[in-house]
Design a protein around this ligand. Sequence first.
Ligand SMILES: C[S@@+](CC[C@H](N)C(=O)[O-])C[C@H]1O[C@@H](n2cnc3c(N)ncnc32)[C@H](O)[C@@H]1O
Length: 297
Amino acid sequence: MTKETPPVCDYEGSDYQTSFWEEGGRAYEDKAEEIALKRVLPKSGKLLLEIGAGAGRNTPRYKGYERIVLLDYSRTQLQQAQERLGESERYIYVAADAYKLPFVDGLFDGATMIRTLHHMQDAPAVLRQVRRVLQPAATFILEYANKLNLKAIARYLLRKQDWSPFTPEQVEFVALNFDFHPKTVRQWLDEIGFDLQRQLTVSHFRIGIFKRLFPASFLAWLDSIAQLTGDWWQLAPSVFTLNQAVGETPVASAGAFFQCPQCGTSLEDTPEMLICSGCGAKYAIRNGIYDFREPVE
Ligand SMILES: C[S@@+](CC[C@H](N)C(=O)[O-])C[C@H]1O[C@@H](n2cnc3c(N)ncnc32)[C@H](O)[C@@H]1O
């Protein structure tokens, strides 16, 4: 089952949460995302998969879920999340590649992926993985970076940008950072087994002069109104989508949880490691983090 997967944008050792969010002047974007999430999150749920959880910035917002799996490729991001969120049985930390989710089919009744699809060179491959681990009728909240945003359109028309925001293909504006066309994302979601139920456009005022002139709370309030136009047009740099998994796909049997990312065999959870009876791979559990990045033996 092991096959080559695309490269990962590696956040190992990154101070992203501090430098980008806490000291990066992004209070407006954070607040606008909080508002959007509140609008699309279900009131309650059992087990949520947060893909690309990073340092857990959004995790406290998933209030209705009984348990949350924070999945990230970066072990240090997960360590920061552990420090920020504190000890709790509600959180399960998993270091793994989103292209090879280490979970049995039909395990989760919810998933979120915020500010993470934009690192995916092969977005449909990841979306297929997400659909595989979701139960029928599960909720999937996907945020993606929108190439068809007003700033990109203006820059293109003024010849300050060589790529067209109007064409369907993704654009890699920095290595392993991609903007997507809304129509293309909608088509992928549809083909992969998701019913798109709602779109919210977010961060309309992510422009230096607005952020210098107006307080973050005012911009977030304006954004909260503009978000509501998201089903009509998508011209903001970020789009939140609410989706429901459709199709008669399997539901995980009771007790089944992890599967080997190499061969797909369901894994037995032992106190110190997980051992695959299919291919013999062993995966470590270190300081409360299940580590599937590579087997220990
Ligand atoms: C921009 S950060 C966003 C973090 C968080 N979702 C937030 O909004 O604050 C992107 C995260 O995706 C993770 N990531 C990137 N590629 C990944 C992959 N292939 N598998 C799992 N996580 C990945 C990075 O390690 C990083 O923590």
